[in-house]
Design a protein around this ligand. Structure first.
Ligand code: UGA
Ligand code: MN
Length: 369
């Protein structure tokens, strides 16, 4: 009883208006009364200890905040074989390898050269590649030309502006003109090999190229980061195609992302008249239907569609391209040349902030190049 009074007094201090009679009706008062029970106290202490343990196991306690993993506990297959990795291309003689023709639609924007740098340096690791770059523009983009000048890859550049009637649409069929131009170039030059629609902002594991290289008609594999479902893939069970796992809920015969399939060029040419329709969301399905394939014609790759070798990433443009660099303070400096390497915003309402003058160092000293 003494305990109860002590604890109640403490709670009374925080509410000076309460009288002893009023405290009887306070739920807080009754809770406090229970806490005096040694069993309840014991329960509270046990719970507190358990909570402490849980927190200690969630956050590593060592000062470097590192988490050490015992390699023996990892469930990966045959880690010990890492010292002798399988070559990505098992065929040594390049002349025996079918050519791969990636068709890449691209268009001018701040991140274009950054995206194409990543893409081209992936392709540089792949043998027997001829890259078909199709630019959505009426006139050649100067930055793209600068980029291509130094490119160490076989490539063909085609100008493929999206027709104005599609450009006006709210949901544009992006890259269709480009891909159709690539198909036409392959057909006109009667190429042998495999074609792959390779968007310029995705992330490609070089293993995907070896998966597609021997495609007879159409090969398919999963694509990561597509819609809320995090992956898009054919659904396979015991050697049968059950359907499509894809978050884009419109009725399609082939519910697959652009990066999830490749086609044999000669097969496409023989079918004849194959094009990608200018229909937002139905580009892939329309193209695959035009190939007149059945489900039985599909070659499922990436270990029975269990591996992800392509990711549908999107580049966040961290710059909107302020034209600050044209400020005359920078005349005669290297910034005049850098200016020609970046895409500046054409918006008129940017302010050229003269306070940037403060960034110029007044001290004189010579630099070493
Ligand atoms: C979505 C789909 O997930 C892709 O599989 C599909 O290829 C694409 O739309 C499409 O509509 O064709 P998303 O990331 O939204 O992908 O599209 P983007 O990456 O913005 O564009 C797809 C390709 O078209 C890119 O290579 C891009 O450079 C090119 N593009 C985009 C143009 O050529 N012109 C444009 O105005 C916009
Ligand atoms: Mn994209």
């Amino acid at each position: 009883a003494v305990d109860t009074r002590l604890m109640c007094q403490h709670s009374f201090q925080t509410s000076p208006a309460s009288s002893p009679s009023a405290t009887k009706t306070l739920p807080f008062h009754s809770v406090m009364k229970h806490r005096s029970n040694p069993l309840v106290l014991l329960l509270l202490v046990v719970t507190a200890i358990m909570l402490l343990f849980a927190i200690m196991h969630t956050y590593p306690t060592d000062s470097l905040n590192q988490h050490y993993v015992n390699p023996d506990r990892l469930q990966l297959d045959l880690i010990s074989q890492r010292q002798d990795p399988k070559p990505v291309s098992p065929v040594r003689d390049l002349a025996d390898l079918p050519m791969i023709y990636p068709i890449t639609p691209t268009y001018g924007r701040s991140a274009q050269i950054a995206d194409l740098t990543r893409l081209s340096q992936t392709l540089m690791l792949v043998p027997n590649i001829h890259w078909i770059i199709c630019e959505d523009s009426w006139t050649p983009n100067r930055l793209l030309q600068l980029f291509l000048k130094d490119l160490k890859l076989n490539f063909t550049l085609i100008l493929t502006p999206m027709p104005a009637k599609y450009r006006r649409l709210k949901k544009q069929p992006k890259g269709c003109t480009a891909r159709n131009a690539g198909l036409k170039w392959l057909t006109d030059s009667n190429k042998d090999g495999v074609l792959y629609f390779m968007d310029d902002d995705n992330t490609y594991d070089i293993r995907v190229f070896e998966e597609m290289r021997w495609t007879q008609r159409v090969s398919m594999w999963p694509v990561g980061l597509v819609t809320e479902l995090a992956v898009s893939s054919p659904i396979l069970k015991n050697g049968h195609l059950l359907g499509w796992y894809d978050g884009y809920m419109i009725k399609r015969k082939f519910a697959i992302d652009m990066a999830g399939f490749a086609t044999n060029v000669q097969f496409m040419i023989k079918v004849g008249g194959v094009e990608m329709p200018y229909m937002h969301g139905l580009e892939e399905d329309g193209y695959l239907r035009a190939l007149k394939i059945g489900y039985g014609d599909i070659e499922f790759k990436a270990d029975g569609c269990t591996k992800i070798y392509v990711w549908h990433t999107r580049t966040q443009w961290s710059s909107r391209g302020s034209p600050m660099i044209i400020n005359s303070h920078y005349d005669g400096t290297n910034l005049r040349k850098l200016q020609s390497r970046i895409m500046l915003s054409s918006r008129q309402n940017w302010k050229i902030n003269s306070s940037y003058e403060a960034w110029l160092i007044k001290e004189q000293f010579s630099i070493h190049n």
